[in-house]
Design a protein around this ligand. Structure first.
Ligand SMILES: O=C(O)CCC(=O)C(=O)O
Length: 348
């Protein structure tokens, strides 16, 4: 990427980041080793107020995080031709990619995606030609592992298993915070379609015009994010719409509520918009773990959280079809916005 920047990366003026960061009271910090009643109350408050929080004393061994961070740095430092050997596409969405768009503006980043459970079984996207009855009804996506750096796959897989445990613990705490049994959500993850992404943001000559990832909400259940010490993640504060920077804290994880929790809780906990600023001097790494349910899950408000006074605000939708539709587009520039949960919202 030279100094002549491709206009595809340039954000519309209203979405450009301010380079002078306002230091503000950030997203809450929660110590998971505290008394359970306190942790549950703090998580409930953070989900309601921010949709975002950071956790410490979370149980993920720091050396496992160090190993995947090193493997990530080494992988993205490889020559492009080598990275492209494991390039993802519309048919197999796991692997390397360098041309993703968010809201139809190109992101200043490279990514490597893999699934926790391999292969991933998902429904095939609906045929674009309605008369094409020969369309296969389901498909699988398979992890593609590079030969280099050595040990890359092992580092990714051991990290995935540890963060999976943390994500399940968080779902139990979230269930308790809603007054539900701790295991209320466990049934959704039997054949989970959870994915992990390695994000690499190269230095960018126009950090005032481009973003590493444009503004978006996560469409999954919950995200567990590791970021390095550079910083760049910003969360849109619900109270006033201000973009607040999430200061890096060594070994903490950033947790955010995804759209599926928003639907399950009938909007008691809402997913929050976030975006990533880039830096003219430093490269940055981040590793989101996107907790996803089984493909056959029908996502809808939980019965226990709806009643006559608070009727379901969403129609049920099939997670696998939703996910395959988004992934199948391979995040190219589209003429229309990609599928979103508000397409299933019941208007008031
Ligand atoms: O890099 C980050 O801090 C966040 C990344 C993110 O939001 C994403 O990959 O969807």
């Amino acid at each position: 990427m030279g100094t002549e920047v491709d206009p595809a990366f340039i954000q519309a003026p209203e979405h450009r980041p301010k380079l002078t960061i306002v230091e503000a009271q950030g997203i809450p910090f929660i110590d998971l080793s505290g008394p359970i009643e306190d942790v549950v109350r703090e998580i409930g408050g953070a989900c309601e107020e921010w949709g975002f929080f950071q956790v410490i004393n979370h149980g993920v061994p720091p050396e496992i995080r160090r190993r995947i961070e090193l493997a990530t740095r080494e992988f993205f430092a490889l020559p492009s031709e080598e990275k492209r050997r494991v390039k993802r596409n519309e048919v197999n969405v796991w692997g390397y990619y360098d041309a993703e768009h968010t809201k139809n503006v190109r992101d200043w980043k490279e990514v490597f995606d893999f699934a926790l459970e391999d292969p991933t079984l998902v429904p095939a996207p609906a045929p674009s030609d309605p008369d094409d009855h020969k369309q296969v009804r389901s498909t699988t996506w398979t992890n593609q592992w590079p030969d280099n750096p050595p040990g890359f796959r092992e580092s990714c897989e051991e990290y995935a298993q540890e963060v999976k445990k943390l994500s399940f613990k968080l779902m139990e705490l979230i269930a308790l915070s809603l007054g539900l049994p701790a295991n209320r959500f466990s049934g959704f993850f039997k054949d989970q379609t959870t994915a992990i992404r390695l994000n690499y943001y190269p230095p960018c000559p126009v950090p005032d015009l481009a973003l590493g990832v444009g503004r978006h909400k996560d469409n999954n259940v919950l995200t567990v994010l590791a970021q390095d010490d550079v910083g760049g993640l910003q969360v849109k504060r619900k109270t006033d719409g201000e973009w607040i920077s999430v200061k890096p804290t060594p070994d903490a994880f950033i947790i955010n509520v995804g759209d599926i929790i928003q639907v399950w809780t009938n909007e008691r906990y809402e997913s929050a918009e976030h975006r990533v600023m880039v830096n003219s001097e430093k490269e940055r790494l981040s590793i989101p773990f996107f907790l996803n349910p089984a493909h056959y899950t029908m996502v809808e408000p939980l019965e226990e959280l709806t009643d006559d006074q608070n009727p379901a605000r969403y129609r049920a939708y099939n997670w696998g079809k939703f996910y395959a539709t988004r992934k199948g587009s391979n995040f190219r520039k589209l003429d229309v916005e990609n599928i979103q949960i508000y397409h299933f919202r019941v208007s008031k």
